[in-house]
Write a protein that binds this ligand. Structure first.
Ligand code: SAM
Length: 329
């Protein structure tokens, strides 16, 4: 029997082509996971890789992989949204560089996470309602048992794109009055009791609400925003950024970020303030205008790949835009 917990890297050849690794280069794999991208990078050239993951189980796997590539792979437990801080000047100086040559992000959850009932991501198996990729912060159970009905409805509507979000939130609040909701199976039942099965799409009615809670619990969109901006400040001119996303909410973030960062400066007019022209220099050049989707063969062989989409860009010489909440450097 196939072990479904084995994670098959998605769009691997395409990500490698985008990063175009070179001997001696230093690359960041911001979502180490099962190490598929890191391994491929290390095999492709005599480069070095720094792997980041917020999941301690991924870091364990990283330590094992590091032994296969002595001195070339380092793994750090943390969030990729903090990667500029995690890879401080000291760490980079230890590698003899000031900047890195590539950053890969393959956002979302890994197969080992989703298929392990104890992690509480899946409505297909019963498990504690956890959904945290890392070990900090509130669990999904904390959220469903304490958030107000309107807040729950907002989370489920915006992050799950569930049209029946209000109904789901109302059912959750009614059920938790009976007893706290602690297990994935119970939450799935509550959702299924109010959301009808879609006609012909075969999607479980709990899918969208579970996705919403997972994105909320892990602040996945906030992480993505911070991670893109951190990558911008870490990449050397000519360095490449490759981001694989799995749903439209994530892809929208990546697209908007790259569109802003790759746009030409506004043509000066006597109405344009001088500062706006001076500050607006494209910090990225898109590698292709359209995103890269998986081939038919990949989508057939790996169902996880079906909704994947890669966007990639090359860092220019221009200074990084000010990071959200930070002053311009
Ligand atoms: C889709 S998997 C990556 C799979 C990897 N590319 C491979 O080939 O094995 C996503 C991984 O990113 C991690 N992750 C997601 N968001 C993160 C974040 N903000 N910071 C650090 N790790 C994150 C998850 O814990 C998970 O292990």
């Amino acid at each position: 029997m196939t072990d479904t917990r084995i994670h098959i890297p998605v769009l691997l050849d395409e990500v490698l082509a985008a990063l175009s690794p070179r001997d001696g280069g230093l690359y960041v794999d911001g979502t180490f996971g099962a190490g598929g991208y890191s391994r491929a990078l290390l095999q492709s050239s005599s480069c070095r890789v720094i792997g980041i993951d917020r999941d301690p189980a991924a870091i364990e796997r990283g330590r094992a992989l590091a032994q296969e590539f002595p001195g070339r792979l380092e793994v750090i437990e943390g969030r990729f949204g903090d990667m500029d801080r995690l890879l401080g000047d000291e760490l980079l100086a230890g590698h003899g560089v000031e900047k890195v040559d590539g950053v890969a992000l393959d956002v979302g959850v890994s197969s080992p996470q989703i298929d392990e009932p104890e992690r509480g991501f899946s409505f297909r198996f019963d498990g504690p309602l956890d959904m945290r990729m890392g070990r900090d912060g509130p669990t999904a159970a904390d959220v469903v048992n304490t958030a107000g009905e309107a807040e729950l409805a907002d989370i489920i509507y915006h992050l799950g794109e569930e049209r029946m979000a209000r109904r789901v939130a109302r059912a959750i609040v009614a059920a938790r009055r009976e007893a706290p909701i602690e297990r994935t199976a119970r939450l799935a039942e509550i959702i299924r009791s109010v959301v009808p099965k879609g006609k012909g799409d075969g999607i479980d009615p709990a899918t969208r609400s579970f996705q919403a809670l997972r994105i909320h619990v892990n602040d996945e969109l906030g992480e993505l925003r911070r991670g893109l901006s951190a990558a911008e400040s870490l990449l050397a001119p000519g360095g490449r950024l490759a981001v694989v996303s799995f749903h439209s909410l994530e892809d929208r973030e990546v697209k908007a970020f790259l569109r802003e960062r790759s746009s030409p400066p506004p043509s000066p007019s006597r109405h344009t303030p001088v500062t706006a022209v001076a500050e607006h220099h494209a910090s990225f050049r898109l590698l292709s205008r359209k995103p890269v989707d998986p081939s038919e063969a990949e989508a057939r062989n790996n169902p996880r790949a079906r909704s994947a989409r890669l966007r990639a860009a090359e860092r220019t010489e221009a200074p990084a835009f000010p990071a959200p909440g930070k002053e311009a450097a």
